[in-house]
Design a protein around this ligand. Sequence first.
Ligand SMILES: Cc1cc2nc3c(=O)[nH]c(=O)nc-3n(C[C@H](O)[C@H](O)[C@H](O)COP(=O)(O)OP(=O)(O)OC[C@H]3O[C@@H](n4cnc5c(N)ncnc54)[C@H](O)[C@@H]3O)c2cc1C
Length: 486
Amino acid sequence: MPQKPDTTEIAIVGAGPAGVAAAVTAARAGASVTVLDEYARPGGQYYKQPAHADGGPTYPNSLASNIEQGRELLEGLSHPGIDLQCNTLVWNISADELVLDLCGPAGARALQAQCIILCAGATERVMPFPGWTLPGVIMAGASQLMLKAHGILPGKRFLLAGTGPLLQITAIQLLEAGAQIAALVELRSRTEFLRSAASLWRYRDKLGQGFANLQKLLQARVPIKFGHTIARALGENEVSGAVIMRVDGDGRPIPGSETTLKVDTICLNYGFTPATELPRIAGCEQYFDQDYATYATSTNDNLETSITGILAAGETRGMGGAEVAVIEGQLAGSVAAQQLGFSPPIDQNELFDKRLQARAVAATLGKMFQLKPGLCALVTDDVPVCRCEEVSAGEVRTAIRNGVVQLNQLKPWTRAGMGSCQGRICGDILRQIVASETGLPLQDIQPFTARAPVKPVPLEVVGGPVADTGTLTWEDHVGGYGVART
Ligand SMILES: Cc1cc2nc3c(=O)[nH]c(=O)nc-3n(C[C@H](O)[C@H](O)[C@H](O)COP(=O)(O)OP(=O)(O)OC[C@H]3O[C@@H](n4cnc5c(N)ncnc54)[C@H](O)[C@@H]3O)c2cc1C
């Protein structure tokens, strides 16, 4: 007989800036709140805390101040109305009953809420190139995770490549931790960069931060290559170097412009895509965010999704940065508490105004650092595009030549998107390739259908207790289904 779910008034998925701000606001209004996060400690990506509560290593300046700022926000979680459950993955959501399926230290459980706030953050975006699956090629966020959570420098001599402000921030953090930076490769040309910086003129603090970061890198003599891309990672079993190339206005590499760099680690970031798996499983409407060229979760001004009882805040409802996440978290926490009959001591009109302003900055930044279609030229047919299922760009192009125009059609043709990342990494790559091969606009190519479990969980979590199979062999298993292994 299925166990009765635990209950709470407000369940919040994600303990990043949005989730924490929502929890603290709702708890201060009098609601009882359960915050769930799959990571060991609250803070999310921006305020990621050391994995061990007892402090860990001594951090360089920029990391230490970021960790400290996060601690101030996280102190609010000690409110008696908040039950924080870390190491707990929310792997499914049922919109009818507002029930979340959890996998955590206490095993498999269900939690029923009167209101759910989804604050699941975002995923880093990547564009493949020959050699991108070699050990030593990582995402910029992964290098931050190793530094912030564990005090580990993932290499000695780095190349940072892609587009956007995270590359500069990461380069500074790596430098302060003792890394050598061979180059920072930014897709935008210097002219494009300066022209778009002018569009930030109204937001002088952001502009100032950006130029201060650039200045730090120039003072440290880091070569910044505008209008370039990484074209190839070199090495047999691990990265030993990289080839970078100049690009034209569309991002297409210019033949003859190759430069080889000796590096042992390559950190990539091409922006982000919102984590929308849970809202999509729940049936929440999605919209195409033109500024970031990605799908995100639609809400009204009160951050209510199209499904009654489910709100979304922070990057799940559109890329925006940590400041937007905190404001929207406060707003969502206060709206949810109000829905349950509490009177949050917070001025919602002030939050609406702050949010409009912060979202306007985010939209400008999004437009500044969009991907360029010409990068698809680097994804030659032999390059793997779905790492989990080892599907190559050539297989995807063959499917497209045979009429495939949507990601869901690619699945049965190629198995792309059917592996353990559930399309989180390859979905965006495949959308770029389909758009480039068919000429369809990106927004006409829908995301993969999201399915539970959103991330891998033990079999007994989804299917109940697993019987002890003793010494059964593979043949015993498949024999039961009449399946022959080929
Ligand atoms: C890898 C990465 C690195 C970044 N680095 C920077 C940076 O250096 N500087 C900067 O300004 N911005 C950075 N950003 C952007 C920044 O993360 C955001 O602006 C901000 O943290 C967004 O806050 P959020 O609360 O919306 O999401 P997040 O901070 O991402 O928090 C989401 C939380 O939800 C949890 N979660 C997600 N899905 C589930 C689930 N199914 N079950 C349980 N828990 C779940 C995650 O573990 C995470 O803790 C980064 C983003 C990423 C993805």
